[in-house]
Design a binder for this molecule. Structure first.
Ligand SMILES: [Zn+2]
Length: 380
């Protein structure tokens, strides 16, 4: 990855974010897209739609009668975190957690707090209460340690998550950060858009950068419910880009993963076959392929709404800030070369005239040839 791209990626990873509090990420992305002259707009739910400048342009693109499917790349701008609820005293804030979290060694864990798109304070967790299933935090208190506000802000305007030695830092090929999930996916969508528009390629591209994925795909579901996509007169293929918990067969450093499914469902077999063959050509021996059932992703939401979906994942260490070994709060991490692999596959997906309309043609041909070979043995 060149220095400029690495700088863009780390700038994004440094942004504060939490479910429903994606302003900082959206601001950085908007600036990048504006500089690159890529059109974008915010849909009524606040998701960032990339590649078209308005709802009208969006509808025009998907209503063209054409065989070439629109690639709809989806990634989410949020990461698990908390919202302020109320001040309990001058330096104690009651919070509510949204999304997954570690459940061990939480007392005294350091957190950052932000407001709008700025970090404003630091503190530590106290008085922890887990949710009913005990899989994640529900409520807690933050003891404020350091702040740079002239006047204490309203509790509900504050949000935050776990704090480590920096929002992002590099160690060789490894990027450690407070949140790789799914800012790496967001980076890949925007990177693909910028390259695509710079090269003036004609294949139809859309990016959907969603809000509040971590609490049940809320941004994506809102988008699917607008009755925009279901008016398409051409095929649409949803491509979910994620950072997903490393699993046996999906190792950090061995390349991006062609995601066959998630914890809820398998994805579209025809479109997956196109992606599989593309990955074999683009990254031979340098990609992986499996069902990433460590979590669910927006491809499941797309599937549930009737759109063919596939996925790509960058394997992730310390998923949702849960240390892979101890379960304590820990920074997430990814390998830079895995991210590069994902970028290459995203660009390859924009190749015109891939076999979307008849993905199994080659396979049928091979099987028919094989049938011919055994014709004699088949004689009764
Ligand atoms: Zn995610």
């Amino acid at each position: 990855m060149n220095r400029a791209d690495l700088h863009r990626l780390t700038t994004l990873l440094a942004c504060p974010t939490a479910p429903f509090r994606e302003d900082a990420v959206a601001a950085v992305i908007s600036a990048w897209l504006t500089r690159a002259k890529v059109p974008f707009f915010r849909d009524p739910a606040g998701n960032l739609v990339v590649g078209v400048g308005s709802r009208a342009e969006y509808l025009r693109l998907i209503r063209q009668r054409h065989r070439e499917p629109v690639r709809l790349f989806i990634a989410h701008m949020d990461h698990p975190g908390f919202h302020g609820r109320r001040w309990l005293s001058n330096n104690r804030l009651e919070i509510e957690w949204h999304g997954g979290s570690p459940v061990k060694k939480l007392a005294g864990a350091p957190v950052w707090l932000a407001r709008g798109d700025c970090y404003v304070s630091q503190g530590r967790l106290a008085n922890i209460r887990l949710g009913a299933t005990r899989h994640a935090l529900h409520r807690a208190e933050i003891v404020i340690e350091k702040s740079n506000w002239p006047e204490r802000p309203a509790a509900e305007t504050l949000f935050g998550a776990f704090r480590f030695r920096a929002p992002v830092w590099r160690a060789g090929k490894r990027l450690n950060t407070k949140a790789a999930d799914d800012l790496v996916g967001v980076f890949a969508v925007v990177h693909t858009a910028v390259k695509h528009f710079a090269e003036k390629r004609r294949t139809p591209f859309l990016g959907l950068l969603t809000r509040a994925e971590e609490v049940g795909f809320v941004g994506a579901i809102n988008h699917f419910e607008f009755d925009w996509l279901n008016t398409a007169r051409r095929p649409v293929v949803c491509v979910s880009l994620e950072t997903s918990r490393a699993l046996p067969g999906a190792h950090i450093g061995k390349g991006p993963v062609v995601r066959l499914g998630d914890r809820r469902t398998v994805f579209d077999p025809g479109a997956l076959h196109v992606l599989t063959e593309l990955a074999q050509r683009t990254l031979p021996g340098k990609h992986q392929r499996r069902i990433m059932d460590g979590g669910t992703c927006e491809a499941t939401a797309a599937t549930a709404w009737g759109y063919p979906a596939i996925g790509l994942s960058v394997p992730l260490g310390n998923y949702h800030n849960i240390d892979d070994n101890t379960g304590a709060p820990a920074p997430e991490y990814v390998r830079i070369d895995d991210v590069e692999g994902m970028l290459r596959l995203c660009r390859a997906l924009m190749t015109p005239e891939l076999a979307w309309s008849d993905p199994w043609k080659q396979q049928r041909r091979r099987l028919l040839k094989n049938r011919r070979r055994y014709r004699k043995l088949l004689q009764p």
